[in-house]
Design a protein around this ligand. Structure first.
Ligand code: SAM
Length: 252
């Protein structure tokens, strides 16, 4: 069926791709990718022949020419599969402008969902997942980074940041200063890859641990919400338990 298909691809382990994503890549009339080389490799690994189908490079910032070309294919009633370099398109990755253009023009827009570092990190961090806020990448400059942290200080949910290994130490230090050294946090590194690692602890202890380290690879930092401002599941459970204990003491 003609339309735009966003396809999620692995964030590390090549086999983390869904059967439907492979079906979409095998059957699309046109494939577009943020990085055509990674796409060729992915197709090769999974034995999906490209054949004589067009494989185009598309990035939201690559100018309207590439987008117009893809829109032209959609106008002809063709199916276009789009994948970013890793994980889910549009999530700190290109695809947003293409999605808007296609939906505004009335084309079918759908997704073959799959991996994203946000959800993978949330499942491992050991922090509440009832509500979370994805803050993307913080600015590189210290004062802008601190302002970015101040802006999310009171969000009633787990904060999720993408961070570069070069800056993670400075980011943790700023987070401890702005949000408080006691807040629980996690540093999730190289998810689904050989050297996958999750460091958990307070922002203060993680800052200390980061001081002697030269982080490598891809990183997600997660930070618990400010405590006492809104109830997490643990808070509610704890409150219920103590309420029940008080009741049974009173009843005895
Ligand atoms: N679209 C991707 C997604 O759905 O997660 C994110 C792309 S963004 C350009 C790349 C950033 O995502 C990395 O700098 C890192 O913060 C995070 N990331 C991607 N893969 C990761 C992995 N395997 N482990 C930890 N973080 C990862």
């Amino acid at each position: 069926r003609g339309g735009l298909y966003f396809v999620a691809t692995p964030i590390g382990s090549a086999r983390d791709i869904t059967l439907r994503a492979l079906d979409v890549l095998a059957s699309a009339d046109v494939i577009a990718a943020e990085d055509t080389r990674s796409m060729r490799r992915l197709l090769e690994i999974h034995g999906v022949p490209l054949g004589d189908r067009p494989l185009l490079s598309y990035h939201d910032h690559s100018g309207s020419g590439a987008r117009d070309k893809l829109m032209g294919f959609l106008e002809q009633g063709l199916s276009v599969a789009y994948a970013s370099e890793a994980g889910t398109p549009l999530i700190a990755d290109p695809g947003y402008h293409l999605s808007r253009a296609a939906s505004e023009a009335g084309h079918m827009v759908t997704s073959a969902p799959g991996p994203s570092a946000i959800v993978t990190a949330l499942t491992l961090a050991g922090l509440p997942t009832d509500a979370f806020f994805f803050a993307g990448f913080l600015p590189n400059a210290k004062s802008a980074r601190r302002s970015g942290l101040e802006a999310v200080r009171d969000v009633p949910g787990t904060l999720v940041f993408y961070e570069s290994p070069k800056r993670v130490g400075a980011m943790l230090k700023d987070a401890a200063a702005v949000l408080g050294a006691d807040r629980q946090a996690a540093v999730c590194r190289e998810l689904t890859k050989k050297f996958e690692e999750v460091l958990r602890g307070s922002l203060g202890s993680l800052t200390e641990a980061a001081e002697g380290r030269n982080f490598k690879g891809e990183i997600v930092v997660l930070i618990d919400r400010a405590r006492g401002e809104s109830a997490s599941e643990d808070d509610i459970e704890g409150a219920l338990r103590s309420a029940l204990e008080n009741m049974s003491v009173r009843d005895a």
